[in-house]
Write a protein that binds this ligand. Structure first.
Ligand code: GUN
Length: 290
């Protein structure tokens, strides 16, 4: 079997088009411009790339983008003060503080200072609680993007066995909550799980977010399963030691021989995350204006 490739790049482009159309209507009918503030502390190269892409796509969608780049040595107090200012700014409907923050900053404290209604990442403890209890919340962008691709491919997810490999607050845990809310039978597996391969082989839906290059082997995948690879790992290029190559957490070539559908890296989950961020910002803007 050769798997269907789930094209996250094309799907994300469709979402961005819908977002841009919604933004245009908000502007013409209500004189409203959704605004997204992104806070980047320090010079982590991967974070800089993400923030640049977010800023570019925000503007392309017709929204207002506010970038705050702070020195790596900025104190926690100053970051909290900036969050307070953004919370109070009526032009800002969404606030994203890029993670990871430097070690001297308490990330939870900063995230929980964001007004939950502006928390477009869905990381605030109130949004985490709302999601976990099935109430209306801001939903974290990466798991939301994965869910959209799964719903698009399967239609209903009801009754399917889903295995989420990885238990992070950003992806693994909210992903499991979303799949549970869609009536999947959900297993969360992680680095201490016994017989990981066997657990994964039981999955109709396998979502992998562990940050380990090509960890999931072809024989970990149930024939016909849908594999969503959240991993983004830069490794040395196998054919040229001077170059790097972006790979996921799944051995794509091997898994694609077995799976029914699979997301590639790059071009799978990655583009969906930013598209969902833009969509969350429009949602926050609409909710702010009743
Ligand atoms: N760092 C890596 N992924 C994310 C994300 O989705 N949101 C934020 N704020 N930081 C991240």
């Amino acid at each position: 079997m050769t798997a269907k490739i789930i094209d996250g790049k094309a799907f994300a482009a469709q979402i961005r088009e819908k977002v841009a159309a919604h933004v245009a209507r908000l502007k013409s009918d209500h004189d409203m411009v959704p605004g997204l503030a992104v806070v980047l502390v320090g010079e982590d190269p991967a974070s800089q790339v993400y923030v640049r892409n977010k800023g570019k796509q925000t503007v392309e969608a017709g929204m207002a983008g506010f970038e705050h780049k702070l020195d790596a040595a900025t104190s926690e107090e100053d970051i909290l003060r900036l969050v307070d200012r953004l919370n109070a700014d009526p032009k800002v409907h969404g606030i994203l503080v890029q993670l990871p923050l430097p070690d001297h900053v308490d990330s939870s404290k900063v995230i929980n200072r964001i007004n939950p209604a502006k928390d477009v990442d869905g990381f605030h403890i109130s949004n985490v609680g709302l999601l976990g209890t099935g109430q209306k919340s801001m939903v974290p962008c990466t798991p939301l993007g994965c869910l959209m691709m799964l719903r698009d491919h399967h239609g209903s997810l009801s009754g399917l066995n889903a295995v989420v490999l990885g238990r992070s607050n950003i992806v693994g845990k909210p992903m499991a909550q979303l799949l549970l809310a869609d009536n999947c039978t959900v297993t969360i597996a992680h680095s201490r799980t016994k017989d990981l391969a066997r657990i994964c082989r039981g999955a109709d839906i396998l979502v992998v977010a562990v940050g380990r290059p090509e960890m999931v082997q072809g024989d970990w995948v149930k024939p016909g399963a849908t594999v969503i690879d959240v991993g983004m790992n830069r490794i040395q290029h196998p054919d040229n030691p001077d170059k790097t190559k972006l790979v996921g957490d799944v051995d794509f070539a091997a898994a694609a021989q077995v799976a029914g559908a699979i997301t590639p890296v790059p071009g799978g989950v990655g583009p969906m995350t930013i598209a969902c961020l833009l969509a969350n910002t429009v949602t926050a803007c609409c909710r702010a204006h009743g």
